[in-house]
Ligand binder design. Structure first.
Ligand SMILES: Cc1cc2nc3c(=O)[nH]c(=O)nc-3n(C[C@H](O)[C@H](O)[C@H](O)COP(=O)(O)OP(=O)(O)OC[C@H]3O[C@@H](n4cnc5c(N)ncnc54)[C@H](O)[C@@H]3O)c2cc1C
Length: 364
């Protein structure tokens, strides 16, 4: 389903409705929730394999799947209020779709800082955020929004606010006319929300380092791996075609493919290792907040973003003009454009800058 509509979703910059409905029909928007709570109880490694498969078919669908589960797992693992527990139940029963708003106009892409603040009035809150990008906001049942704890809090003293569709106003402030991941439908919005304070998850810094950030990095890396899988399949087809033309000679592109497969193998191992490492220590709060774990997750994001771009450009070189054309079986245009988003959605330089600060006192 995702593959069948991927080119049209990209060309029209439209939400991949058919693929998301298919995920819903198969319970895949709540598959990470425990079986005892009505989900499918699948592990992060299995979630990663689904994200990879989706990435190879339609990167926009894969990206939506990754962002949604990053948010759902955050509520499921860390939400304690009755309302947040019942939101997880609703996600299972009605396959709700959750979006995320961390970026803010004026602050750039630092997810761990906000200028907007929660305004509390008794048991209720109001929140206004000028968001430059919110993916699939108009299709989501709730948006999880980072903000300062209150008007007096520092930029890094953040909470995560569940803003439900029925108490949310979105005024679109920009168009989503972009290079890749066009099906995520991610324009800017002025967001106004209200709700009960039980919908606020405290201490976003800890929530992010222990759940949101590792899960999102692992699932996005899986989607990018899927894009690389798709591109390499086309490169392999190009090599087979070349080999058929001159059976007595190994085509020069076969050497490039061999080189590509070695790099792809590193990519596969990287993603699998990080997913199983998170599973192993998912309840070890001390380890998840340690410098070595934060470095590992930042390194995963930076390495995966670099690998996918490199593998796509190398696949394009193997496919040649056929890959460059937009109307060939070997066309790579959409995949190359989608892959280029990897290094800028949370900029690699930002993460490397954070790592540079952490490694000043690192002992290995
Ligand atoms: C397809 C897609 C979907 C997205 N969906 C969402 C979404 O749903 N919700 C959401 O909140 N966001 C989303 N984002 C992320 C978000 O839009 C961008 O990452 C964010 O707005 C950053 O924008 P920027 O590039 O201007 O910012 P910056 O991160 O500020 O980067 C701009 C430049 O400044 C440099 N820079 C800035 N600060 C530092 C630093 N401290 N160290 C080193 N270099 C620095 C960077 O290297 C870069 O060159 C999405 C992004 C994409 C591509």
């Amino acid at each position: 389903m995702a593959r069948a509509h991927a080119d049209e979703v990209d060309a029209d910059s439209r939400f991949p409705l058919e693929a998301i409905n298919a995920l819903k029909a198969n319970g895949l928007l709540s598959c990470s929730v425990a079986e005892t709570a009505g989900g499918l109880g699948i592990s992060l490694s299995e979630l990663s394999r689904i994200a990879r498969k989706l990435g190879s078919c339609c990167s926009s669908t894969g990206a939506i799947f990754a962002m949604h589960h990053g948010q759902l797992m955050s509520i499921d693992r860390r939400g304690t209020s009755e309302r947040l527990r019942s939101l997880v139940d609703e996600c299972v029963a009605h396959q709700l779709l959750l979006a995320s708003s961390t970026s803010e106009v004026g602050l750039g892409g630092d997810p761990l800082a906000s200028t907007c603040a929660v305004h509390r009035d008794g048991d209720h809150f109001t929140l206004t955020k000028n968001a430059p990008v919110i993916s699939y906001a108009q299709y989501a049942d709730a948006i999880l929004v980072t903000a300062r704890r209150d008007e007096d809090a520092a930029q890094h003293d953040q909470v995560l606010v569940v803003c439900r569709k029925n108490a949310l106003e979105l005024e679109q402030t920009s168009e989503w006319d972009v290079l890749g991941l066009r099906g995520t439908c991610s324009p800017g919005f002025m967001l106004n929300a209200r709700g009960p304070v039980e919908d606020i998850l405290d201490d976003y810094g800890i929530l992010s380092s222990t759940t949101t950030l590792p899960v999102t990095h692992i699932l996005f890396a899986s989607v990018w791996l899927g894009i690389a899988d798709g591109a390499i399949a086309k490169a392999a087809l190009a090599v087979r075609r070349a080999a058929r033309k001159s059976p007595s000679q190994t085509p020069p592109s076969a050497l490039r493919l061999a080189e590509l497969l070695a790099q792809h193998q590193q990519f596969v191992s990287l993603v699998a290792h990080c997913a199983s490492e998170y599973e192993r220590c998912a309840d070890d709060h001390e380890h998840l907040t340690s410098t070595s774990f934060v470095l590992m997750m930042n390194n995963l994001k930076v390495s995966a973003a670099t690998l996918v771009t490199d593998l796509l450009i190398k696949s394009l070189n193997i496919c040649g003009i056929a890959g460059y054309r937009n109307n060939d079986e070997l066309s790579l245009g959409r995949m190359v454009r989608d892959a280029l988003s990897a290094s800028i959605m949370v900029n690699n330089d930002r993460l490397l800058g954070n790592n540079a600060q952490m490694v000043r006192a690192f002992r290995g």
